[in-house]
Design a protein around this ligand. Structure first.
Ligand code: FES
Length: 185
C-alpha cells in the first residue's frame, strides 16, 4: 500500500520537472533575444565611423580667389582650402589641392585640377612653352588641357566653376588616376 503511494507521488512530480525545464529553456531564449537586441546596436554604433567615407570639402563650391586676380591669357594657380571629414573628425582649412584658373571673358573662369591624371603629380605651367607640363613623366598638355604627349591617359580634369560677386568658386573633385575615364574617388 505504501509502495503504491510513493509511485503515485513520483508520477505527480514528472510534469512539474518538465514544466520547469520548459520555463528554463524559454527564459534562456528570451534572454538571448534581449542580448542580441542590445548588442547589435552597440556594435553598429562602435563600428559606424569605419563605414563612413572620408569626404574632402563636401560637394559645394569652394572660394578660390577674386576674378580680378586672374588677368591675361596665362593660367594662374590657386590653392584649394576646405575641410575634410572622416568617421570621427572634421579638419577645417586644410589644403585639398590646387587648380589652374584661366580667364575666359569678363565673367568666366575655366579651372583645371593640377593633379596629373597619370599618377597624380602636380602639373606646372610653362610660360616659355605656353603648355602645361607634368614634371614626373613628362606629360604635356595644351592650354585647353588636351594631352599633347606623354603617358597621361586623359586630358587635364576640368572642374565646374562659377563667379559670384567677383569671387571665383570651384567644385573641387578628386578623380581616379591612370584611367581614361573621369571617375570620382
Ligand atoms: S604623373 Fe604626370 S606624367 Fe606621370
Amino acid at each position: 500500500m505504501e509502495t503504491k503511494t510513493i509511485q503515485t507521488k513520483k508520477r505527480a512530480t514528472k510534469p512539474d520537472q518538465s514544466k520547469r525545464s520548459f520555463m528554463a529553456v524559454f527564459a534562456c531564449f528570451i534572454g538571448s533575444l534581449i542580448g542580441i537586441a542590445v548588442t547589435f546596436p552597440i556594435i553598429g554604433f562602435l563600428f559606424h565611423p569605419l563605414r563612413k567615407k572620408t569626404v574632402y570639402g563636401g560637394l559645394d563650391f569652394i572660394k578660390v580667389g577674386n576674378i580680378k586676380d586672374v588677368k591675361g591669357s596665362a593660367p594662374r594657380k590657386a590653392v584649394i582650402k576646405s575641410f575634410k571629414t572622416d568617421g570621427w573628425n572634421r579638419f577645417d582649412n586644410i589644403i585639398l589641392g590646387a587648380v589652374w584658373l584661366i580667364r575666359e571673358g569678363d565673367n568666366k573662369i575655366i579651372a583645371f585640377s593640377s593633379v596629373c591624371p597619370h599618377l597624380g603629380c602636380g602639373i606646372d605651367w610653362s610660360q616659355k612653352k605656353e603648355q602645361f607640363v607634368c614634371p614626373c613623366h613628362a606629360s604635356i598638355f595644351d592650354i585647353n588641357g588636351h594631352v599633347l604627349s606623354g603617358p597621361s591617359p586623359r586630358q587635364m580634369d576640368r572642374l565646374d566653376t562659377k563667379v559670384e560677386n567677383g569671387e571665383i568658386l570651384v567644385k573641387y573633385r578628386k578623380l581616379r588616376l591612370g584611367s581614361s575615364n573621369r571617375i570620382e574617388v
